[in-house]
Design a binder for this molecule. Structure first.
Ligand SMILES: CC(C)(COP(=O)(O)OP(=O)(O)OC[C@H]1O[C@@H](n2cnc3c(N)ncnc32)[C@H](O)[C@@H]1OP(=O)(O)O)[C@@H](O)C(=O)NCCC(=O)NCCS
Length: 153
């Protein structure tokens, strides 16, 4: 009999450190956050993930978003999808959930100007280019600042 599978969006926390850390390494080779950085993020800040539940295996995190939040805005710091599960709308699902749960807040993020996949993802979800930071990244690439205005701003 085929195992039943289920996808859900869940809050991430320090207990997810081990799977999150290996996902982070796969998504950002060369500039990933260390376990210490991830743990320190969860001391005061948030994250959500797409979980793949299966009857036969432990839950697997397919996609994650780590962000800073205050009363007015959210800043996305990390977003990544397991390389084996890309282009299946998981990052979209994560972003949609974040937007719906925080509809009054403005959402901000910085992205490498050469990261066209991520830029297409943000544009698709209503983010607009607002500014550029020249040679912002270690590799000399510019950062582009994108914003999605909250309903009450
Ligand atoms: C960017 C990333 C998060 C997208 O995750 P994903 O789950 O594959 O994205 P989705 O399936 O939800 O794709 C949504 C949209 O993003 C864009 N997109 C995603 N992958 C793309 C690709 N390979 N080429 C072109 N556009 C792409 C498309 O607009 C897509 O919509 P469409 O499928 O209707 O054309 C993923 O590629 C990733 O983890 N990259 C490495 C980490 C990274 O660069 N993070 C962003 C840092 S700012």
């Amino acid at each position: 009999m085929e195992a039943k599978t289920e996808i859900s969006v869940q809050k991430l926390e320090a207990s997810h450190l081990s799977s999150l850390s290996s996902l982070e390494r796969n998504c950002f080779p060369g500039w990933y956050w260390t376990e210490e950085q991830i743990l320190s993020h969860f001391e005061s800040q948030q994250g959500i993930g797409i979980f793949h539940k299966s009857e036969n295996f432990a839950d697997k995190i397919l996609c994650y978003v780590l962000y800073l939040e205050n009363a007015w805005e959210i800043e996305i710091l990390r977003i990544g999808t397991d390389p084996n599960y890309r282009r299946k709308n998981y990052a979209s699902q994560c972003l949609r959930n974040l937007i719906q749960e925080n509809s009054s807040k403005t959402i901000l993020l910085e992205v490498d100007a050469n990261n066209s996949k991520a830029i297409q993802l943000y544009t698709k979800h209503g983010f607009q280019f607002v500014d550029k930071r020249k040679a912002y990244y270690e590799n000399g690439n510019d950062a582009h600042l994108f914003m999605r205005q909250g309903l009450l701003q």
